[in-house]
Design a protein around this ligand. Sequence first.
Ligand SMILES: [Zn+2]
Length: 371
Amino acid sequence: MGENNVIGENNMIGGNTVNSLQPVQTTINGHATAAEPGLRPRRMRISPALRQMVRETTLSPADFIYPLFVRYGEGERRPIASMPGQFQLSVDELAREADSVLELGIPAVLLFGIPPEKDWCGSDNFNPHGIVPEAIRALKEAAPELIVISDMCFCEYTDHGHCGIVNSPTVDSYNASLPEGYLLNDPTLELLGRASVVHAEAGADIIAPSAMLDGMVAAIRGALDGAGLAHVPILSYAAKYASSFYGPFREAAESPPSFGDRSQYQMDPANRREALKEVALDAAEGADMIMVKPALPYLDVLAAVREAFNLPTAAYQVSGEYAMLHAAAANGWLDLEKCALESLTSIKRAGADMILTYFAKDAARWLAGKQ
Ligand SMILES: [Zn+2]
């Protein structure tokens, strides 16, 4: 041990406990010599094999859930310009997709629907022959073991692009004390329950409500239980933020709001404690799994939720997170594979048990070393 170690004398080095995390340096006559021999973390980084042995977080295709956009029509495979490599698929194209997802070891998909027609109440969402119920049936027939998660919201189905019934003198549930255009909470809950039953009866394995309405989990749980579907779990988008990172998704799902935004129901990006409150409410209402969305800009929220609740926790790496990595890679500024895998690793490290990601198939291939 050097003469003037910067660690205090009470910290025993070289065989005994070191309590301090201060930098360790030995000095002789005021000149630095070498790191303290007992404290060389680089020893464990000397080879790929050693690094792998002590790695704390490992990604696997089994961590991923792959979001899919299903649209009306036949033989459709429409590229989504702002999300390279992602498509809107018609129902008949889904079977092919199901096979490739399963072959890569990805256990689950999440479905978003683009119906042929939109209306004031999003009726396609609770039509047993609507776009998503048809897609669920096609997927379960093609690949019964693939877990099909149904995103449960109304924004893809309403002509105004909001997540349920909006206040207007033209609707039965008009409330004159609320502003016109306000998303009506309780009348929408009833529709969410109804649509959830339709999707579950079509074969959805999990219902994933994403509207951020008060009481949505309880309403859906009640509706499912009442229809003899008590075995169908709920994955709640419990802490979903009013994020600008959803930009490309709006093109993909053809669901931009025709007026205003969603900040009256989705969370303020500035709030972390409120996320814990939202998750606590959803857990109390019977959510089986919970989600934080988006992922990368909200890793602190994800870590806090993981720490506070003993529920399987998902994080959604959203369209903007995907698009910006692609855009930077297309410019030659970032290595897509390395940055995408690093991003996914950070999401898992922060506490995600499941990651919803548009990179699911690519990442599975990268992890398998196929590309
Ligand atoms: Zn919505």
